[in-house]
Design a binder for this molecule. Structure first.
Ligand code: HEC
Ligand code: HEC
Ligand code: HEC
Ligand code: HEC
Ligand code: HEC
Ligand code: HEC
Length: 454
């Protein structure tokens, strides 16, 4: 026992001392063995409960389920009650519900809204009033009896539908859906969390009882001066915070959090879904491609011809904006930026020759190791832009709509028939394969590593 040099001051060390004492005094070591088991069992328990507690806290946020059961339940509810006014991808009496979870203030907001839209509007909620006015003050029906689970299942269905490419309904490419995992219902997690807290509290009480009993036991024994001091030392906040046990716990918690964020980070390498940077000119696809129905390829001239769809040069803007000098929304301000870039004087309609490039912020960007070709997909494959980029014509500010991970590419290649009509090359190929069945992209080598990797 003389090996204890410093004066330990905390409960962990009292317990260790208890063990040692018992070990020295009681031959056979049974009690000692039991105590050690008890204490090591206890610390593992605390550690693992804390770990679970931490992990479960991070999934506490209301999550839209992705499991098939929830989605089909949502489909039934949606078709029965919402479809008269809402579609997933197009406006009807109410807004298109695709992507609604990213627009609304919170999932909680959707719960309140669906159960009682009038109340949310009356509460002065900014977003509710905004859409209410946008939809000419038409009143949505209240679904007072809907539970959170039911509403989440509707959102799950909407999300799954929204992720399906428009062109090929067979390709239920879970673009958006593949990103978010975990189908454990929230109620279940709540129960686990509460259970865990109860267990933790119980453990603390048991610990206190053990320490107390040990103290009493040790008190009756003859101890050296040093050891008696240990037994009688009070447990204070500072003694706890300087104890190895406490430091271990802190390091453990910090370590766990760091570990979890590293894992989360790894899962989302290169994933920039919903990336929506502010652009140097407030160019709106909603106005140009939506309202004025300008063809995508009028501006993105590369999409039919090559790898890059390309961002239009400023003189393409000038084709129209040498005439259109004012916007209804932003007035002259934003269009003036076009003139500054083109070196154009709108008063005299002359070019000074002093141009400067517009520094558009790139949104979609695969890592360098991957090769993607627009012409192959748009021109040869006949896939519409929106399948991969979402409803760009409704976006004021463009965002990355889908995942663009390798799994997303592969998924579509597995499911999509190649567009062989009128393509002599494929007609021959199909003949060669001697089958009448349509060929998938994977059959022409669309899953070979080297096709997509340099
Ligand atoms: C009688 C027509 C009607 C029905 C039925 C209806 N809605 Fe609506 N909904 C609207 C209208 C209109 C709006 C736009 C706001 C407004 O004017 O109140 C809206 C807005 C919403 C919004 C906000 C959308 C956004 O873009 O932010 C959500 C979410 C929503 N509805 C969900 C549902 C769900 C879920 C159902 C079925 C359970 C449903 N609605 C049934 C008419 C309806
Ligand atoms: C009048 C010209 C014009 C038209 C028409 C147009 N775009 Fe664009 N597009 C732009 C400009 C300018 C940018 C860069 C600024 C931005 O991101 O808003 C851009 C950006 C994009 C981006 C993001 C590029 C990136 O950085 O990753 C996509 C995707 C896109 N457009 C798709 C479309 C689709 C799909 C259509 C047709 C529905 C379309 N565009 C129609 C001019 C146009
Ligand atoms: C084919 C014609 C055409 C082309 C090309 C075009 N625009 Fe426009 N643009 C319009 C029209 C039409 C409006 C709507 C004016 C209005 O609001 O009345 C407009 C409006 C705008 C506005 C103001 C929006 C508002 O209401 O405040 C901006 C900014 C703008 N365009 C930027 C661009 C940029 C940048 C490009 C080049 C990438 C471009 N436009 C190319 C036709 C065009
Ligand atoms: C099969 C999916 C797919 C289709 C269809 C598609 N894109 Fe893309 N698009 C992508 C991917 C993936 C990227 C990122 C490419 C990269 O980083 O190399 C991208 C990037 C872009 C960019 C950014 C700059 C560039 O040139 O790479 C623009 C602009 C763009 N797409 C416009 C369009 C337009 C317009 C269409 C329709 C004519 C279209 N895309 C169709 C998947 C697609
Ligand atoms: C919406 C479905 C879809 C998505 C998403 C998609 N592709 Fe494709 N891809 C196709 C189709 C269809 C073809 C066949 C076109 C043709 O007829 O040659 C194809 C062909 C290809 C080919 C040529 C294959 C061959 O053997 O000739 C490459 C390479 C390719 N895609 C790369 C990619 C990459 C990289 C991504 C992801 C960034 C991607 N694709 C995402 C549908 C898709
Ligand atoms: C249809 C196109 C396609 C095919 C086929 C494909 N990949 Fe990929 N791969 C991609 C794209 C796109 C990315 C980048 C996506 C991202 O950032 O998540 C990627 C990323 C990767 C990465 C991750 C690199 C990193 O930095 O994280 C590895 C490793 C990889 N691919 C290996 C392979 C192997 C091995 C094969 C053959 C079995 C293969 N790929 C076939 C499109 C493809």
């Amino acid at each position: 026992m003389s090996t204890i040099v410093q004066t330990p001051k905390n409960l962990f060390e009292i317990m260790t001392l208890g063990c040692r004492f018992v070990h020295l005094r009681i031959k056979g070591g049974f009690l000692n063995h039991m105590m050690k088991r008890l204490i090591s069992g206890f610390s593992t328990c605390v550690a693992s409960s804390l770990l679970c507690l931490l992990l479960s806290f991070s999934v506490q946020a209301q999550e839209i389920p992705t499991d098939a059961a929830a989605i089909s339940a949502g489909e039934a509810l949606f078709n029965g009650n919402c479809k008269s006014c809402h579609r997933v991808k197009t406006k009807l009496i109410g807004p298109a519900l695709a992507g609604v979870e990213t627009r609304v203030p919170s999932i909680e907001w959707v719960f309140n809204w669906v159960r009682n839209p009038a109340k949310v509007i009356a509460s002065g909620d900014e977003y509710a009033n905004k859409i209410y006015n946008e939809y000419n003050k038409s009143q949505m029906t209240a679904f007072t009896s809907y539970t959170n689970e039911q509403i989440l299942s509707i959102l799950a269905y909407v999300k799954a539908e929204a992720a399906k490419p428009d062109a090929a309904p067979v390709a239920a490419a879970g673009g958006a859906a593949t990103g978010s995992g975990g189908g454990v219902p929230t109620a279940y997690l709540d129960a686990i969390l509460v259970g865990m807290i109860i267990i933790l509290v119980l453990l603390v009480v048991i610990l206190a009882l053990i320490v107390n009993a040990l103290r009493k036991f040790l008190d009756q024994k003859e101890l050296s001066e040093e050891d008696r001091e240990i037994v009688n030392s009070p447990i204070t906040l500072s003694s706890i915070s300087s104890s190895p046990g406490f430091i271990f716990l802190v390091v453990f918690i910090v370590g766990t959090i760091a570990f979890k964020s590293v894992i989360d980070g790894l899962y989302s390498i290169g994933v920039q879904q919903n990336y929506q940077p502010k652009q140097p000119i407030a160019f709106s696809h909603k106005i140009h491609a939506g309202q004025y129905e300008i063809e995508c390829k009028y501006c993105h001239t590369g999409a039919n011809k090559g790898k890059q769809a390309s961002i239009p040069a400023i003189n393409i803007c000038m084709n129209c904006h040498s005439q259109i000098k004012q916007g209804t929304i932003t007035g002259e301000g934003e269009i003036a930026k076009i003139y500054a870039a083109a070196g154009f004087d709108p008063a005299t309609s002359t070019y000074s020759g002093k141009t400067k490039p517009v520094e558009w912020v790139r949104i979609h960007n695969l890592p360098d190791l991957a090769y993607f070709n627009h012409a192959q997909h748009v021109n040869v494959g006949g896939i519409v832009c929106q399948t991969c980029h979402g409803p760009i014509q409704e976006m004021d500010v463009v965002k990355q709509y889908l995942l663009l991970t390798m799994g997303w590419c592969i998924d579509c290649h597995r499911k999509t028939d190649i567009n062989s009509k009128g393509n002599a090359y494929y007609d021959k190929l199909i003949e060669l394969h001697n089958s009448k069945k349509a060929m998938k992209v994977e059959d022409i080598g669309g899953l070979e590593c080297a096709k997509c990797h340099y």
